[in-house]
Design a binder for this molecule. Structure first.
Ligand code: ZN
Ligand code: ZN
Ligand code: ZN
Length: 191
């Protein structure tokens, strides 16, 4: 009887030892499995990359670079709210504009096509004068035919770009505005 008990005790001890061995093997497997380690490192790498690209995007939206396109200008802080109401400060078509070069603008000059004298526009590329889209649309046609984009209004001295569909307020056009203002009101534009 006692022998049997001893035997059982040994068995029990043996089996618990075996269990302990299993557990420690499992633990060893967890910490030393090279594949498991690689996977978790790879995950961390992916997360870090994702964070980095978020930072890059934020940097791009922050407008740290100089604007190069009209869309860049429109992305500048506050410009979206002014869109279509306030002029944009720059557009790529300003490169077409020819300097005033001693010309004196005459706000009463007629449209070259229909002799209209009201609300005309002058092309700031070739200095031809045509009527507005509210008259016979001759400046609109001139813009389409010539691809001259930048025009100055003789009615309110605003500058419009046909390509960008926007008013432009850039100092390159100030001499022309000033000359038109002198013709219209007999004095320079107020500073
Ligand atoms: Zn023109
Ligand atoms: Zn006309
Ligand atoms: Zn433009």
């Amino acid at each position: 009887m006692s022998n049997e008990t001893q035997q059982n005790g040994l068995n029990a001890a043996a089996s618990s030892e075996a269990k302990a061995a299993e557990i420690s093997e499992a633990k060893a497997g967890e910490s030393s499995d090279p594949k498991a380690g690689e996977t978790s490192k790879a995950n961390i790498g992916e997360i870090a990359e994702a964070e980095a690209s978020d930072d890059e995007l934020l940097g791009a939206c922050g407008g740290s670079e100089a604007p190069r396109t009209v869309m860049d200008v429109l992305r500048l802080p506050g410009v979206d709210r002014m869109y279509a109401v306030q002029p944009i400060p720059w557009c790529p078509h300003l490169e077409q504009v020819e300097p005033l070069d001693g010309r004196r603008l005459n706000c009463r000059a007629p449209c070259l096509d229909c002799d209209e004298t009201d609300e005309n526009w002058i092309c700031l590329v070739c200095y031809k004068i045509y009527c507005s889209r509210f008259k016979n649309e001759h400046m609109l046609y001139h813009g389409l035919e010539s691809e001259h984009r930048i025009v100055l209004s003789y009615s309110d001295l605003s500058v419009w770009c046909y390509a960008c569909d926007n008013y432009i307020d850039n100092e390159i056009t100030y001499p022309m505005k000033n000359s038109a203002h002198r013709s219209k009101f007999g004095e320079d534009l107020p500073c």
